[in-house]
Design a binder for this molecule. Structure first.
Ligand SMILES: [Zn+2]
Length: 464
């Protein structure tokens, strides 16, 4: 098992996940394939660009025909997907129906037998806000099952799932104990009810608690999260894998994923997307189609939209603009914004452990931007390395870049809205010099000449 990090931004990373079979580039979203009745042809999922899917080994195990086929031909052949196939264990059914007919060892060994690229233990998902004793008991059982799975003679590369309900200390404890074991990936489980209720701030607490204790060299899967609003935020916290059944579930109820959120086909006049489905049809065409065809086409569009989200996140990581993307995405719903406010106000220093410290530029908008990790790193360094600005003349900062002569810079310190105190000699270095802030774009009445470096003013001059 190898997880090689190629690029990073905030706590997000672009990685190469290799468990010995097909290799997956992360962040990646794994569409859920129902082995009984796939909503779309798995070959289409591959064509859209997904490198991995997830299916349920428990459903396969329970169905005698499917089970036999899976053992004979392997799980890849059963789901009709040549790429990476992760399997779930029945924990979802345990959470939904309270019981499953299989035990942990049997389902772990079965997943090895059918050739899963990653197989999951039968962990116990505890609902949010469960009594603490229940959450503690479930964590204990989950860790015992992880240890049992590791001891199995035949075992697939293992997904050892972190539980602990909405108790951050239990999440952390569970993560620390599972982190000692030879896992391929660590899912964070039990978050679906939080996502369904749009409790993004609680999702942030749960994920950050787990991430604190998980080994940084392991990929993290946010189990059951396929929400376009949540994905950029989760990637920024260090989640690498996602899965989604929503593309199909939404399609069945006429819902269309978009940058504006979830739209209803019955109310739509235009498609704000240029995927092969939306380029070819308009909403009325789809409404007039037989149901089966309509559901398949809507599901294909939804997959294309999820692909766009994942690829946009990758671009943002490699361009060093993940925080900016998260701020823009979370602005589209107050609940997501509440999640980002929680992350920014409570965990900026934690994110600073992972984030690159120097970038080309940083865009800042409001209080939430002040929590971004690069600014934490700066403030920490200021405290540690420069020991404050004692004895200097403190000056209120004007427009950027500050008007300061080199010789006097050593006597001055600036009060900067975003950074706090900045010693004069650092005003032309990152991040002070590289902040792009709202007040930098106003027209200055008192400014005869352009003191800004770069061509921004020059361009404006030409337009007038
Ligand atoms: Zn589309």
């Amino acid at each position: 098992m190898r997880f090689e990090v190629r690029d990073r931004d905030v706590a997000g990373r672009i990685g190469r996940f290799d468990t010995g079979g097909p290799v997956v580039t992360t962040p990646e979203l794994m569409p859920v394939i129902n082995p009984h009745e796939p909503t779309v042809d798995p070959k289409d999922i591959e064509r859209i660009g997904f490198e991995a899917v997830i299916t349920n080994a428990y459903i396969v195990w329970k169905d005698e025909d499917l089970r036999e086929r899976a053992v004979d031909e392997g799980i890849h052949s059963v789901v009709g997907f040549d790429g990476f196939v992760m399997t779930d264990s029945g924990s979802f059914q345990l959470a939904e129906y309270g019981d499953v007919e299989v035990d942990n060892r049997t389902i772990v060994e079965f997943q090895a037998e059918i050739g899963s690229d990653v197989g999951t233990i039968l962990d116990i998902p505890t609902p949010p806000d469960a009594p603490r004793e229940v959450a503690e008991r479930d964590v204990k059982t989950t860790v015992e099952r992880a240890k049992e799975a590791v001891e199995c003679e035949e075992r697939p590369p293992l997904a050892l799932t972190v539980q602990g309900s909405t108790y951050p200390d239990l999440r952390e404890k569970c993560a620390a104990e599972l982190g000692e074991l030879p896992a391929a990936v660590h899912p964070i489980g039990g978050v679906v009810p939080l996502l369904e209720d749009y409790r993004f701030a609680d999702v942030v607490d749960v994920v950050m608690a787990a991430k604190k204790a998980l080994p940084p060299e392991k990929p993290v899967h946010l189990f059951g999260c396929g929400h376009p609003l949540a994905i950029p935020l989760a990637v920024a916290m260090g989640c690498d894998l996602f899965d989604s059944a929503s593309y199909a579930l939404y399609a069945k109820t006429g819902r269309y994923l978009s940058v504006l959120g979830t739209l209803r086909l019955e109310e739509m006049r235009w498609f704000p997307c240029r995927c092969p489905v939306c380029s070819r049809y308009d909403p009325q065409d789809l409404r007039e189609m037989p149901e089966e065809e309509r559901v398949e086409l809507l599901a294909l569009h939804n997959l294309n939209e999820l692909r766009r989200v994942i690829d946009t996140v990758r671009c943002a990581i490699s361009g060093g603009e993940l925080w900016e993307l998260v701020e823009a995405t979370c602005r589209s719903h107050p609940a997501a914004w509440a999640g980002l406010v929680r992350l920014s106000s409570r965990y900026g220093d934690e994110l600073a452990r992972w984030s690159p410290s120097v970038k080309r530029s940083l865009k800042v908008y409001d209080e939430v931007s002040k929590g971004r990790p690069e600014l934490h790193i700066y403030r920490d360094r200021m405290r540690g390395r420069f020991g404050g600005v004692e004895g200097r003349r403190i000056v209120k900062a004007g427009r950027r870049p500050y008007d300061v002569e080199w010789l006097e810079s050593w006597e001055l310190a600036f009060v900067d809205e975003w950074l706090g105190l900045v010693p004069g000699e650092l005003t032309r270095t990152f991040p002070c010099h590289s902040l792009v802030e709202p007040s930098g774009f106003e027209r200055r009445r008192d400014d005869g000449e352009d003191r800004r470096s770069g061509g921004r003013r020059g361009d404006e001059g030409r337009r007038r």
